[in-house]
Ligand binder design. Structure first.
Ligand SMILES: NC(=O)c1ccc[n+]([C@@H]2O[C@H](COP(=O)([O-])OP(=O)(O)OC[C@H]3O[C@@H](n4cnc5c(N)ncnc54)[C@H](OP(=O)(O)O)[C@@H]3O)[C@@H](O)[C@H]2O)c1
Length: 301
């Protein structure tokens, strides 16, 4: 039997990280993969001494799910945002190159906006030019370029509207948990109705990533989101329908909501490239119902 693939996972306690741990411990992969979690405080991606350990550690693959993802705060915490999303990934890519270790780095729909895709609401393919609007988006786009420029054996996986577990520690939850919490608190909710996204369950993304790196599929850019797209308002409505909550919910246009960090009204990534290789994530509706059920939030569960 060939020796198991040695995979290092940075950020194993995050939304995506937890689901990757779960996926790699399932019977079909657990014998093929030896997974080592690289977490703070022992491993900090911004620490030169942590990165210095990579070349001698014998990893076949490193998965980097760590990020600065407090999108609105990033407009003022520019240095912190770039450090975690761009400079540390560059140094990680160099360490991987020195070690001959393949690297998977996770990015975001926030690198995209504008052009024909936004005007005509056509999902962005991998080759569409990036046009970030926010500091967060710019830091992630810079990270993508620095990683791919430094190390050709890299996959960059862009995803959108990620939700999993109890949410992101940095964000204090995710869209789904936040909607449920606010509804239970009886707060009136105004949710943006003219921004379309492809919300993605971390569980499905983890399955796609596991497939990408174990197949393995070619290095380069990959878009992986749940299928279909929806406005945040419609997504919220579906959350409440499925969880049996009936808050005072009203739609608000992006122009009136005016988030601190600017957002594109159309942020949907095309999954065609992944579909051609047989990686097909379920629809956002199926993924949402599955997440609510697993979290004990489905009405009647
Ligand atoms: N959330 C979204 O809506 C969204 C959308 C598109 C793309 N993405 C991207 O998807 C990826 C995963 O996001 P997520 O929501 O799973 O993130 P998350 O839940 O916030 O988790 C991030 C993880 O990174 C770790 N981390 C942070 N700083 C670190 C450092 N200096 N050294 C080592 N580890 C560090 C955190 O560790 P601790 O456990 O110590 O805090 C945490 O485990 C990110 O690249 C993000 O940009 C997210």
């Amino acid at each position: 039997m060939p020796s198991p693939l040695k995979i290092g996972l940075i950020g194993s306690r995050g939304q995506l990280g937890q689901e990757l741990v779960r996926r790699f411990s399932e019977p079909d992969l657990s014998r093929k993969v030896s997974l080592l979690c690289l977490d703070r405080p022992a491993f900090d991606i911004t620490s030169p001494s942590s990165l210095g350990e990579i070349p001698g550690a014998g990893f076949d693959i490193i998965l980097n799910t760590s990020a600065y993802n407090a999108v609105d705060r990033g407009e003022t915490e520019v240095r912190e945002c770039f450090e975690l999303n761009a400079f540390a990934p560059l140094l990680l890519a160099r360490a991987c190159r020195e070690a001959g270790t393949a690297l998977l780095h996770v990015s975001t729909d926030y690198v995209m906006s504008g052009g024909i895709h936004e005007e005509e609401q056509i999902p962005y393919p991998e080759e569409a030019p990036t046009r970030p609007l926010s500091v967060y988006g710019l830091s992630k786009a810079t990270g993508e370029r620095l990683v791919t420029g430094a190390w050709e054996r890299s996959w960059i996986v862009r995803t959108c509207g990620l939700y999993g577990g109890s949410g992101s520690g940095q964000k204090g939850g995710n869209f789904v948990t936040t909607m449920v919490r606010l509804a239970r608190e009886g707060k009136p909710l105004r949710v943006v109705s003219d921004q379309r996204v492809g919300p993605t369950a971390a569980r499905d993304l983890a399955r796609g990533i596991a497939r990408l790196v174990t197949a393995p599929l070619p290095f380069g850019l990959w878009h992986l989101t749940n299928a279909g797209n929806v406005s945040w308002y419609e997504f919220a409505r579906r959350i409440f329908e499925l969880s049996g909550l009936a808050p005072d919910l009203s739609p608000v246009p992006l122009a009136l909501y005016r988030p601190v960090a600017p957002r594109s009204p159309f942020s949907v990534l095309s999954n065609e490239k992944a579909h051609r290789t047989g990686i097909v994530l379920p629809s956002w509706e199926i993924a949402l119902a599955d997440y609510l059920e697993r979290s004990g939030l489905l009405a009647g569960s």
